[in-house]
Design a protein around this ligand. Structure first.
Ligand code: DNO
Length: 351
């Protein structure tokens, strides 16, 4: 197992690599060219430059998050083959720096969604908040505007201005999209990409839908044991697998995370570990990582990973903003660093 931290690149992250390096037990960063649009090839030069900056701080860059999938692929448009070719070229280029895992998602139009980015907790920290009721009564455009106002100019992964520019038009393209067709489009993508993943020995780790419940009438895909099973069956391979995101899957209390880990163990290549606290009305916020801080049993989750012989990558997922830190919601240094230390302690202690 390797412990890694997400890092958005020197231009886009307020956390310097040097500070990440100072967290005990962290071997590398999970990174990517966050300014690249879906469908654009990541060049060998740009990738090499990214690696040099990371290696200069003694860190590794074996996991990429995310190489985003062009909407035409998800929609199954006639133009999809060109975008898949570009995806494969990016995979080839990433191989030149020894990338081992690519985390990606197959969520339509939007990546993650929350109702608040900086919800204040009684102890003066703040964190991301999710209210299904709020999301049900808003529109993606109104949500994007709320984020822009709350984040005050901080770019949010998955809510990039380019993605939002044609939001209504992109949403319209999903009118009439059935789950069956959506799944067929995923299969088409996997059938083309996974053979290259095998050849290049790059593990493809799909991220679950966040939140796991349908939003804005868009199809959902990866949100339960059943859907993970069906997804892996679309193209069975040692290189077709999962990013286990406890906060995404765990937002549905019906998902038994240790059981999911037990079932799909060898296909979990990467784990995003975070805790969430449910409120009585079903709303939730992202708590500190500790079992005692939220509703998920983090010890049982880490134990299940260890029992499954997990030898992939773990990153502490979203933390709160603490000690007055300002930055991208979920991606402050301090709370995630506490998360690393806690998770490594669990890892050491559980078995
Ligand atoms: C949010 C992240 C997601 C994740 C993508 C993977 O903070 O967990 O944006 O990186 O869904 O493609």
């Amino acid at each position: 197992m390797k412990m890694v931290m997400r890092w958005f690149g020197a231009q886009d992250d307020h956390v310097p690599l040097r500070h990440i390096r100072q967290i005990p037990g962290v071997s590398g960063v999970v990174t990517g060219l966050v300014r690249k649009l879906p469908g654009e090839v990541w060049s060998v030069e740009e990738i090499g430059e990214m690696r040099r900056a990371i290696e200069a701080e003694g860190l590794e860059s074996e996991v990429i998050e995310s190489v985003n999938i062009h909407e035409d692929i998800k929609l199954g448009a006639d133009t999809r083959d060109g975008y898949i070719d570009a995806y494969i070229q990016t995979m080839r280029n990433l191989k030149t720096i020894g990338v081992k895992v690519i985390c990606y998602n197959f969520m339509p139009v939007l990546d993650w969604a929350r109702s608040r980015l900086y919800y204040e907790l009684p102890d003066g920290t703040n964190t991301m908040f999710f209210s299904e009721d709020f999301i049900r009564h808003t529109t993606p455009r109104a949500l994007a505007e709320r984020y822009a106002e709350e984040a005050g100019g901080i770019a949010l992964p998955g809510w990039e201005p380019e993605r939002l520019a044609g939001l209504e038009e992109t949403l319209r393209r999903y009118d009439g999209m059935t789950p069956e067709r959506y799944w067929q489009n995923a299969k088409y993508f996997l059938d083309r990409v996974i053979p290259y993943a095998e050849e290049l020995d790059i593990k493809m780790a799909i991220h679950p839908d966040d939140p796991p419940t349908p939003i804005f009438g868009l199809p959902r895909m990866i949100n339960s044991a059943k859907s993970i099973r069906a997804f892996l069956e679309l193209h069975p391979s040692t290189h077709n697998g999962l990013t286990l995101c406890t906060g995404s899957l765990g937002a549905d209390p019906g998902n038994d995370l240790p059981a999911i880990i037990g079932e799909f163990g060898s296909h979990i290549f990467f784990a995003h570990l975070r805790n969430i606290q449910f409120l009585e009305n079903g709303d939730s916020y992202e708590s500190a990582h500790l079992t005692g801080s939220g509703s998920l049993d983090m010890r049982a989750i880490v134990k299940a990973l260890k029992d499954a012989g997990f030898d992939g990558y773990i990153r502490p997922d979203h933390g709160r903003m603490i000690w007055g830190e300002k930055g991208r919601p979920g991606y402050g240094l301090y709370d995630r660093a506490l998360g690393v230390t806690y998770l490594l302690g669990l890892w050491e202690g559980v078995g």
